[in-house]
Design a protein around this ligand. Structure first.
Ligand code: B12
Ligand code: SF4
Length: 511
């Protein structure tokens, strides 16, 4: 017999309405919330998704009050909030406000709550879902509808019991049904597509698509213990039902595949490509896609099939040119695979977006020089440089806490800092790291920018910039100025914000 829980007392009768909240609306859709909104348990219930702060956050207070009023009018039985670590500062404010304003059941989930369930409960959430949400959220609603029965034995649901004891049975394996098609209609999905920000470094009307979840590798900065993480595939039929639904309802010409790792199994990649060609014929439309790849799993038949099917960009985490750094990061990758993989791509039309990490414990100038050297030999189309950041849930986070690699107060602050400055005190001079990051961008940014103007979408970009000159002259000039000064971070922020504002995402059209 389940112990009565004070949170359950808030529940009166069956769950009919659910409001799902994004603390900050970004320039890309919140795949977690639209996936959760589509689980079978929510069929027949009224579900709304809205957000409390927009991309700029600082200007969001008015919006937050507006959203609170919208929630009040909607009068949901449950309010769900989902967020990443980079968003926790806003999420805390949001949960505190929701808990003060409403006597409703508040459920939090996503990457950050999964790592710090106790913190999030003290902000005012009644329950935290740890790990993937599909099964646990369904179970929680069942418990709520049964006046708390089953809560004590629940798995993946964290809460404080009436006697103050903390309850959480960790979920030992993932149980999510990956074939669920996200509820795109609950968000202004077309506006997100219209930002043309889906594929980094390109200007394509791109939608978002998942074909798998997890990854077989265990890189210390990425593999999240709360999410198990092993690679699981969505059925190809569900993938193409999803594509078909998006093409039928939205104006898009590209898919950004959000998988942790797409180009892994040759047979599956080729099957995807064959069906992608078939769907172009079905819709009589030229379509593109962009996806993730690893240098050690890429094969020539994969490259050929992807190029033929319209793959426009592959994203790689090459991370470093130094084998020592790969060992420290546990990437399970051999540096000897890097150059051959890029040789395979050289003759193809596929762009490459390549990520590098610097600021790794144990890294020295020689290691960074090896990274600079590898960039020279593989000549990526676009480059991203990140200072190693210890996100909660990862092995790196534990190492950083145990070894005092974070400044005392930064332990929880760092997670929302933009990681364009060194994050860890690991004995490398931060100014050297900043200097090397700038050097990498300097080496590559001119090519990136020039490339944008040599693509099939260039004419559209030029037309759009001219149109935006009339609508947002100051923002366009600011963006151009940041290109001319070579400040790549500033440019990225200004450019994203310009497109975000231009597509009307600042207007609260979530409800
Ligand atoms: C695609 C992607 C992006 C894209 C688009 C993101 C998007 N909105 O789709 C872009 C490029 C914009 C991006 C940006 C960033 N990303 Co990113 N991204 C991803 C990636 C690869 C896929 C996201 C996805 O679609 N997941 C699928 C959905 C279904 O999963 P989910 O969101 O986790 O939701 C499930 C559960 O969390 C839970 N859940 C979620 N919300 C809620 C709410 C409730 C109420 C409940 C009950 C449950 C619940 O249920 C869902 C279904 O199971 C993930 C890795 C991954 N596999 O998730 C990284 C990941 C989310 N990103 C990460 C990071 C670090 C970032 C950046 C900070 C990078 C940077 N330095 O700029 C930014 C932050 C942007 C921001 N929002 O502030 C980290 C987050 C780590 C953390 N602890 O927060 C991840 C996990 C990668 C990693 N392993 O390091 N990202
Ligand atoms: S960084 Fe890439 S390869 Fe490593 S675990 Fe994450 S998704 Fe897999």
């Amino acid at each position: 017999m389940a112990m009565p829980n004070k949170n359950i007392k808030k529940m009166r009768g069956k769950v009919k309405k659910i409001a799902l909240i994004e603390p900050i609306r970004n320039f890309s859709p919140n795949m977690g919330l639209i996936t959760l909104a589509a689980i079978p348990k929510l069929a027949g219930k009224e579900v709304k998704i809205l957000y409390m702060f927009d991309y700029e956050y600082k200007s969001g207070d008015q919006l937050s009050n507006y959203s609170l009023k919208k929630i009040k009018d909607f009068d949901p039985d449950i309010i769900g909030v989902g967020f990443l670590s980079a968003e926790w500062h806003a999420a805390k404010v949001v949960i505190e406000r929701l808990a003060t304003a409403f006597d409703k059941i508040i459920v939090a989930g996503g990457r950050h709550p999964s790592s710090f369930p106790k913190d999030v409960l003290t902000w005012g959430a009644d329950f935290v879902i740890v790990g993937e949400g599909e099964t646990a959220f369904e179970e929680l609603i069942n418990c709520i509808e049964n006046n708390g029965a089953g809560l004590e034995s629940s798995v993946g649901i964290a809460f404080y019991k009436e006697d103050g004891a903390f309850h959480l049975n960790p979920r030992l394996k993932e149980t999510a049904n990956l074939d669920i098609i996200p509820a795109y209609h609950l968000i202004p999905y077309q506006n997100f597509i219209n930002t043309k920000l889906g594929v980094v470094g390109r200007y394509l009307k791109s939608g978002w698509l998942a074909t798998s979840r997890g990854c077989f590798s265990k890189c210390i900065y990425c593999r999240d213990n709360n999410f198990g993480g092993h690679l699981r595939f969505r059925s190809m039929d569900a993938v193409f039902d999803d594509i078909r639904l998006q093409l039928s309802n939205y104006d898009l010409d590209c898919f950004y595949i959000v998988d942790d790792m797409f180009a892994v199994k040759e047979k599956r990649v080729i099957e995807f490509c064959d069906r992608f060609i078939a769907i172009q014929k079905e819709f009589n439309k030229m379509l593109y896609f962009a996806a993730t790849a690893r240098t050690d799993t890429l094969t020539k038949p994969m490259v050929n099939a992807m190029e033929k099917a319209g793959c426009t960009q592959l994203t790689f985490g090459v991370e470093s040119g130094s084998p020592k750094i790969h060992d420290i990061l546990n990437t399970n990758k051999s540096c000897t695979t890097i150059v051959p993989a890029f040789e395979m791509l050289k003759e193809s039309e596929i762009d490459t977006f390549v990520n590098f990490i610097i600021g790794v414990p144990g890294e020295n100038e020689d290691d960074i020089n090896l990274t600079l050297k590898i960039i020279d030999s593989i000549k990526p189309t676009t480059v991203g440089v990140t200072f190693l950041t210890p996100y909660p849930g990862t092995r790196l986070y534990d190492l950083a806490c145990n070894n005092n690699w974070l400044d005392g107060d930064m332990k929880k602050e760092f997670v929302y800092r933009h990681n364009y400055k060194p994050q860890l005190n690991v004995g490398i001079d931060p100014s050297l790291l900043l200097n090397r990051a700038k050097r990498i961008y300097k080496k590559t940014s001119r090519k990136t920018i020039l490339n944008v103007f040599t693509r099939h979408e260039s004419i559209e970009l030029i037309f759009d910039v001219i149109k935006m000159m009339f609508k947002h002259p100051v923002k366009v000039l600011d963006t151009i100025k940041s290109i001319l000064t070579g400040d790549i971070d500033k440019f990225k922020t200004k450019y994203r914000h310009l497109l975000y504002v231009n597509t009307g995402l600042t207007i609260n059209n979530g409800l």
